[in-house]
Design a protein around this ligand. Structure first.
Ligand code: URA
Length: 195
């Protein structure tokens, strides 16, 4: 199905598919490079994101920016979205029915961006995108493949703010993401040369 960014924005701004629409200030669709090969997906907007209409602008977002900078990415080179686009009250986890109601918006984003790599930030994103029984402590850092897209999960930056011991493995995951990106780019250039 063909869909445009304008259409997607229209659908999101007028969305009332779940009760979260009643308490939102802004719909938080996403930010970054719409043509990027890399899509980062978080859980859902928090207080600051709801106020500003942009994902990852609070404390977790500042840490995410540092994590990105450490592997030479920034908000202009990747795209950042969330599983749900409206803030769950009191920053609770989005409920399964809220995720289900919202996931089509992310599917359209995927169709528009066509990323080669998806990075799931935390358990909620990994369970929604990789598999429902995904275990973040056991399965982070492992590459999965779906629809020609390489998918990996790492800890959510909020988890790192709560528990510093998770930083080391997250750093390893971030380096793995950079290596995968460089490898895909190298293959792409070689294929172009041989055409
Ligand atoms: N946490 C998320 O998962 N997403 C945001 O946009 C902000 C914080």
């Amino acid at each position: 199905m063909e869909v445009s960014w304008e259409e997607l924005e229209g659908r999101c701004f007028s969305c009332n598919r779940c009760p979260l629409h009643k308490t939102r200030t802004n719909v938080v669709i996403g930010v970054g490079n719409r043509e990027s090969d890399v899509l980062f997906v978080g859980e859902g907007p928090g207080y600051h994101e709801d106020m500003q209409g942009e994902p990852f602008v609070g404390a977790a977002g500042q840490l995410l920016d540092k994590m990105l900078a450490a592997i030479n990415f920034d908000r202009k080179s990747i795209y950042i979205g969330n599983i749900v686009k409206c803030r769950p009250p009191n920053n609770r986890d989005p409920l399964p029915e809220e995720q289900k109601a919202c996931i089509d918006h992310l599917r359209y984003q995927f169709l528009l961006i066509r990323p080669k790599i998806i990075v799931c930030l935390g358990r909620i994103a990994a369970q929604a995108i990789i598999k429902p029984d995904f275990r973040i402590t056991k399965e982070r850092g492992i590459w999965f493949e779906k629809k020609n897209c390489h998918i990996i999960a790492t800890y959510h930056p909020s988890a790192l703010l709560r528990d510093e011991t998770k930083k080391r493995s997250t750093w390893e995951d971030m380096q793995a993401i950079r290596r995968k990106y460089d490898e895909l780019k190298k293959n792409e250039m070689e294929n172009e040369k041989n055409e």
